[in-house]
Design a protein around this ligand. Structure first.
Ligand SMILES: *[C@@H]1O[C@H](CO)[C@@H](O)[C@H](O)[C@H]1NC(C)=O
Length: 243
């Protein structure tokens, strides 16, 4: 978050991502996944929370390997997800993820499994993701606002090879991303949309990549990248690099 000080005692948030990983106020290790019930809120008060197990690399885990599972309408906030875990956070319904930081992403940081609706990721950040940070396997829309990503494969990917495929949408604004391969990847053949309103990128190779998705588990092939007004919806002027 950048701040503009007008008078010594008035500070206005300019609404961009905070690019400093917060330090933890304490640590917590859960031996089982924590489920946040429908409509509920879990406030971690900036503790570092993990599962006390080492990351197993890119071998896909299941819900039981997550740190948190969020049911429909649940909120997770003010948490640092530590390195000793496998599956990060899973949203089974539309969820709100506010000021959540992944210190060292394992398989992926956040998996969205909602069947409809909009999930919101507001603030927070993730680093050291060999592959994806936000994996959108369910349907509906994901809003990523004021998020920070550092050293990653893809910030967002609409599932390229899930057995049930949907038309998915993502909206990105106020994001800062450094040292990564792809900001967002989507499936052209399933009607996905990636709308970028603003992002500051440093050493990120591709902004928006269009893939030919499938439902048979194969790795999808890349079609092209860059704005096309249909899948990758943005003007290159909204991508800055002064971050
Ligand atoms: C393809 O499937 C594998 C196995 O489930 C998964 O790890 C990978 O992330 C998928 N690729 C895409 C682009 O969704």
């Amino acid at each position: 978050m950048q701040f503009l000080t007008i008078l010594p005692f008035i500070t206005i948030a300019l609404g961009a991502a905070t690019t400093t990983f917060p330090s933890a106020t304490g640590t917590l290790t859960y031996s089982a996944v924590q489920t946040i019930s429908a409509g509920g809120t879990y406030d971690g008060k900036m503790k570092r929370i993990d599962r006390g197990v080492s990351c197993t690399g890119q071998a896909e885990g299941g819900d039981k390997d997550a740190v948190f599972i969020l049911q429909e309408g649940a909120t997770l906030k003010n948490v640092i997800i530590g390195p000793n875990q496998i599956e990060g956070v899973h949203c089974k319904g539309s969820c709100t993820i506010q000021n959540v930081w992944w210190d060292d992403v394992c398989e992926d940081a956040l998996t969205i499994k909602q069947t409809s609706g909009t999930s919101i990721i507001n603030g927070g950040g993730a680093r050291n993701a060999d592959d994806k940070i936000i994996q959108h396997n369910g349907a509906g829309k994901v809003v990523i606002k004021d998020f920070y990503a550092e050293n990653f494969g893809k910030l967002y990917r609409s599932c390229g090879n899930c057995s049930t495929q949907y038309k998915r949408a993502v909206e990105i604004s106020g994001v800062v991303a450094k040292t990564g391969k792809v900001l967002a990847g989507a499936n052209e053949n399933f009607g996905d949309t990636v709308t970028i309103k603003s992002a500051c990128l440093k050493d990120v190779k591709k902004v928006c990549v269009r893939f030919d998705g499938n439902d048979n588990g194969d790795e999808p092939s890349e079609i092209s990248n860059g704005p096309d007004g249909k899948v990758c919806i943005y003007d290159t002027s909204v991508i800055t690099s002064n971050c």
